[in-house]
Design a binder for this molecule. Sequence first.
Ligand SMILES: *[C@@H]1O[C@H](CO)[C@@H](O)[C@H](O)[C@H]1NC(C)=O
Ligand SMILES: *[C@@H]1O[C@H](CO)[C@@H](O)[C@H](O)[C@H]1NC(C)=O
Ligand SMILES: *[C@@H]1O[C@H](CO)[C@@H](O)[C@H](O)[C@H]1NC(C)=O
Length: 222
Amino acid sequence: MKYFCLIFVCLFKNLVCLDYDGWLNIKLEHNINCKNEKFCSRGNISLKSIRAGTAIISQISFTKDHIDELKEIADLDGLYSVRSLVTSADSKETEFLSSVKAKLFLENRLSDVISSWILPNGEVIAVTFQVNNLSQNQSLQYHKGEYPINSNFYVRHVDLAPVPDTASYIQKLDREREAREKGDLKDNRSFLAKYWMYIVPIAIFVMISGVTNPEPAPQASR
Ligand SMILES: *[C@@H]1O[C@H](CO)[C@@H](O)[C@H](O)[C@H]1NC(C)=O
Ligand SMILES: *[C@@H]1O[C@H](CO)[C@@H](O)[C@H](O)[C@H]1NC(C)=O
Ligand SMILES: *[C@@H]1O[C@H](CO)[C@@H](O)[C@H](O)[C@H]1NC(C)=O
């Protein structure tokens, strides 16, 4: 019964959680060509519906200044960092930071994968930024003085595995044992009061069998 209840509660919770939907905005910032600031705008990703997962990505293309700075960082084997500021229908702004080797980002022609990891209740637990591995080593695309960045965005739904709660289970066992001991101490009713439910049927049975065979039939003598 206890396990049944547990399973039922989990199912119910999941049902409620799967019903969740809402909008999501991710403001992307990066650490190149920012003048005095450490981070400056790179673009936005917005979703009308987390469940549908279709995103509108709008990002600025890199200029020669961006590329020059990225190359400088790459020469020092430094990191290109992206800061994501997430806002959603139910939660306040949360911030995530990801970094990749600047050299890798350049080599893969500014092509990246951005993933938003979302719990069943709609809470965003991480935004990751990774470089796409394009196997061919080609030069950067260049179009009208700009270098377009190529981002793929994915919504990843995360299910939390149930964690065994050993400490509280042991406490519960202790409480149950104590209750049992206390119960035994308190139970000082008389023998009859405690066991009448066993005694009464036996008494009735004895009475009934006494009524139906009053005496053994007298043996016929020859
Ligand atoms: C991102 O959104 C902000 C505020 O909504 C806006 O000011 C900015 O221009 C947007 N950036 C891009 C690249 O669309
Ligand atoms: C990228 O892909 C190529 C070819 O598929 C592979 O040889 C290379 O090891 C990969 N690089 C990384 C960093 O995974
Ligand atoms: C890619 O090409 C650049 C020069 O065009 C070179 O410096 C770099 O080492 C190459 N990377 C790989 C993984 O072949």
